[in-house]
Design a protein around this ligand. Sequence first.
Ligand SMILES: Cc1ncc(COP(=O)(O)O)c(C=O)c1O
Length: 454
Amino acid sequence: MMLPPFKIKSVEPISTTTREYRIKKIKEIGYNPFLLPAQDVVIDLLTDSGTGAMSDRQWAGIMLGDESYAGSVNFQHMAAAVKDIMGFPYTLPTHQGRGAEKVLDRAVVKKGQIIPGNMHFDTTKAHIEDVGGRVVDCTIDAIYNPYSTYPFKGNLYLKKLEAAIKPNPGNVAYVLITVTCNSGGGQPVSLKNIKEVSLIARKYKCKLFVDAARFAENAYFIKQREPGYQNKSIRQIVREMFSYADGCTMSAKKDAIVNMGGFIGVRDNALYRKLIPLGVLLEGFPTYGGMNGRDMEALAIGLYEGTEEEYLHYRTQQVAYLGNGLKKTGVPVVTPFGGHAIYIDAKKFLPHIKRENFPGHTLTIEFYIEGGIRTVEIGALLAGRDPDTKENIFPELELVRLAIPRRVYMKEHLDYVIECAKNIWQRRKKLKGVTFNFESPIMRHFQSTFKRLV
Ligand SMILES: Cc1ncc(COP(=O)(O)O)c(C=O)c1O
């Protein structure tokens, strides 16, 4: 049984809308769910980022905000939590994950350098490319098969990684492991793989960073699935995961369960010193870096709450409940289920729609029309265009992500989503796809508008 390890102290109303209203509304805003006013959304599964519900302890922490420009007490608490949980002695706060990416990449990436990893997240890739770097995807092949049941589909393929690094001596800015691998379905990376990647990085004198947004969910999957870890605590597993890395970038909006915030954690004082001037320039003084004191307090508390085993058990069970419910109705979903979201295989859901007419994005429009449910495409639209040839990139996977905000929705909400998905599945053959009305030049999925083919 999926017993939530919390009870509700405060509620937020959601308003229901009619189908006619939703058809009119989505047309009005150009068929891009990112452009919908939130009050017109019934169930918001756009993202699990910054959308979680804070606990009473976190709200209490907010009242202890010390808004000193320099040396805030809350910064000290946050840095102590990062050191205690992740093992990094130096913490540089940033306003969110992409702030951390921006500071890190400007400090360490030189034009023409490569950054191998396991399916870099879109902002991660965009920041690397912004400073002239290039990402190299070294994820194992199982990730491209939505139905492979391999337990660690986020793993890096060591041969690919070595093949990327070897011919580029001195030209690898760093190696990046994203836990869990969001773009590939929220799939975990095993500790064995993290260790092996670190050995390769060390062999070629490359730094190893972790994109840590969902590190706690990754640790939970290690405990569940990786031989030898069943008797370890989540915090022991987390410490081991980070022990192989030189540092991490963190979007605290995920596993630290805050609405805004992030940081860079590093092991080495020289690297920390190198990051500070850019941190000051781009984010803020090193003891606030774009965050309020009160938010740093909530983040410190959230790092502990997000790594509680009981909570992680409930969280992953809730995601699996949605996955199993969709599967039962016939909807093709990526397996194993991810840690923060269920991903629908849009290529299989809408095989008659061409990639350039964005089957995944088409499905997000239908979710909105059917039930006011906001979801997001992770496929050709998000992949954008090749920075050199300007051609559309058609990634192997064309997915629609149903991300579950932390501690927000109940079982009944998920039952409603399953019911709506079933209705779309039944009328799928009538759907036709979209074309651009306006194509935004950078990270086009956020701002582009579309025409719906009829
Ligand atoms: C894996 C991963 N890395 C980085 C980021 C960027 O973080 P933020 O949205 O806080 O800038 C995200 C956001 O969704 C993410 O999923």
